[in-house]
Design a protein around this ligand. Structure first.
Ligand code: CA
Length: 217
């Protein structure tokens, strides 16, 4: 099922979009705050994001910066008449925009058209000789398939989506295993070691002293 993230702080609008997309057969998640959306995007992937520009926390433009590397299509939701918003939005890399207030038929048409266009190119990451296709869960190294467990794959995606950022060991644990890390647990370290070995990332997946790990790219 196509999963759409709705980032909109005006709750009645968010609710309206949610109801109509759900009726049209989409799976939806709603976020009313830019920071919460940024956090959510580090651990979940979506097929499409409807993104309001003026948001508490982080605004739509700032959020778009972190969405772009994932390749997820974005439709900006802009206030009526703010032409500069639209131009800036498209220039910043949004796939389309929708002016509020909008007709539901228009919303659905834009969503369909952006998804259709985006369907041609699957989200893909290339780091050194490693290629990762999140949706089909395929990982190759120098063209050869790499077999990863579910947790290893989730961990890999977390690193890939947060390249060059030091991730705390307990944050990693929480995101991948959804629980609190016991102090003596070696789970994260063992999984990192396996990823290093399977992907040849001894130099890329670096240990950050007293913090955790960072994927360098
Ligand atoms: Ca707003």
């Amino acid at each position: 099922m196509i999963h759409v993230l709705i980032v909109e702080d005006e709750k009645p609008i968010a609710r309206l979009i949610e109801l109509n997309l759900t009726d049209a057969g989409y799976r939806t998640t709603v976020c009313h705050n830019g920071l919460a959306a940024a956090e959510l995007l580090t651990r979940e992937s979506f097929d499409l994001i409807l993104l309001d520009i003026m948001l508490p926390g982080l605004d739509g433009y700032e959020l778009l910066e972190s969405i772009k590397p994932t390749g997820t299509p974005v439709i900006f939701l802009t206030a009526r008449g703010s032409v500069s918003d639209r131009v800036a939005g498209l220039r910043a890399g949004a796939d389309d925009y929708l002016t509020k207030p909008f007709e539901i038929v228009e919303l659905l048409a834009r969503v369909e058209s952006v998804l259709r266009r985006a369907g041609r190119e699957e989200e893909k990451y290339e780091i050194g000789d490693v290629t990762i296709l999140p949706r089909s869960r395929q990982v190759t190294r120098a063209g050869k398939p790499v077999i990863l467990t579910q947790k290893e794959f989730t961990l890999l995606l977390l690193f890939v989506r947060n390249r060059n950022i030091a991730l705390f060991r307990d944050t990693i644990y929480e995101r991948v295993w959804q629980g609190e890390l016991e102090e003596e647990s070696r789970t994260v370290d063992l999984h990192v070691q396996r990823l290093r070995r399977k992907l040849g990332w001894q130099d890329k997946l670096v240990t950050v002293y007293k913090v955790g790990y960072r994927l360098e790219d």
